[in-house]
Design a binder for this molecule. Structure first.
Ligand SMILES: NC(=O)c1ccc[n+]([C@@H]2O[C@H](COP(=O)([O-])OP(=O)(O)OC[C@H]3O[C@@H](n4cnc5c(N)ncnc54)[C@H](OP(=O)(O)O)[C@@H]3O)[C@@H](O)[C@H]2O)c1
Length: 302
């Protein structure tokens, strides 16, 4: 085996250092605050110090509605205030069900105020525009986001689910204040490798935050028809060689790209968080990584 390309060292996010694995809160909908707190504690103790949520989380996964995940996270943080500064608290705004996207100054200001109140914090470390609002000029959006930073309520800003051109347009007006982009990326969703997203990250020094790094669990479901059986087989053979689970190999695949993505993991089970942390020990070389890509796409590379 030649050199392993898996890079599990902390990433730089603007002025902060963040673990290569991050704790995602989309499914953080427990009714038991003790259980929710224990899960957050486990994530932080494993080095998953970036905690990613959104105002809209709580509408699915048996949540109780818009804002309910931020409210739960706020309650959990209130019980352990000493943890707050160790966390890089990331949330998102800009989705309004029924609109569905509004990044106008008034809408985003209201969204930020509401997120701060639900989370019970003075400032948010990373505020992300959840999905692009096609009807807000990037200069207007940049002015709004800059005003959040100038007011001290937000430390850094990022985007999510955007095209390369949308990111470039915002960056032209916002400059280095834009630190991250959050695309979907996993062994079963490879678009950022070739649609310019990761290339732009390397060009502009943005940190990619990969959402659903296990394909939302599809990579672990042997009956999911959207995942090629060859991909599961490739991941399983590498898992046997490396002495870890299939999930760990899938996370290690995400960590191997030179744009240094971090993987936002979504499990709500502490034992699975511990298992995923073992991805840091996995060694994958170029041959392994290209094998995963070919198995995922079902097409030989030229
Ligand atoms: N920006 C966006 O638009 C966007 C969209 C989606 C997600 N996100 C972010 O990305 C985060 C992660 O997304 P995700 O939850 O879809 O991520 P994921 O880690 O790809 O999937 C997690 C799901 O896989 C399941 N799973 C099954 N077997 C597993 C195993 N062996 N190990 C770990 N998990 C296993 C988990 O169930 P259990 O809980 O039972 O383990 C959970 O339902 C979200 O929390 C959110 O912060 C962002």
């Amino acid at each position: 085996m030649s050199e392993s390309l898996v890079d599990a060292a902390p990433r730089r996010l603007g002025s902060r250092s963040v673990g290569a694995l991050s704790f995602g809160c989309w499914r953080f909908t427990s009714r038991d605050i003790g259980e929710a707190g224990a899960l957050l504690d486990t994530a932080l103790e494993l080095g998953m110090n970036l905690v990613d949520t959104a105002d809209v989380y709580g509408l699915d996964w048996n949540g109780t509605g818009f804002g309910s995940v931020e409210a739960l996270l706020g309650a959990v943080i209130a019980e352990r205030p000493a943890r707050r500064e160790a966390m890089v608290l990331a949330t998102k705004g800009g989705i309004i069900p029924g609109v569905p996207y509004d990044s106008s100054p008034g809408a985003l200001r209201s969204a930020l105020d509401a997120s701060l109140a639900r989370l019970g914090v003075e400032h948010i470390d990373l505020y992300q525009v959840h999905r692009p609002d096609l009807f807000t000029h990037p200069e207007v959006l940049a002015d709004t986001l800059r005003s959040f930073i100038d007011s001290g309520r937000v430390s850094m800003v990022g985007v999510s689910n955007v095209t390369v051109a949308q990111t470039r347009a915002l960056r032209a007006h916002l400059g280095n204040a834009l630190v991250s982009t959050q695309p979907e990326f996993s062994a079963v969703h490879l678009e950022p490798l070739r649609d310019g997203t990761f290339d732009l990250c390397m060009e502009l020094d943005l940190t990619p935050l990969a959402w659903s790094p296990l394909g939302g669990g599809r990579l672990l479901d042997d009956n999911d028809a959207s995942v090629r059986p060859e991909l599961r087989l490739a991941l399983d053979e590498l898992a046997v060689r490396e002495g870890v689970s299939r999930a760990c190999i899938a996370i290690a695949f995400v960590l191997a790209h030179p744009s240094r993505p971090l993987a936002i993991v979504g499990t709500q089970q502490p034992d699975r968080l511990r298992e995923l942390a073992r991805a840091a020990q996995v060694q994958l070389d170029r041959t392994d990584l290209y094998r995963v890509i070919v198995a995922s796409e079902g097409m030989p590379l030229p």
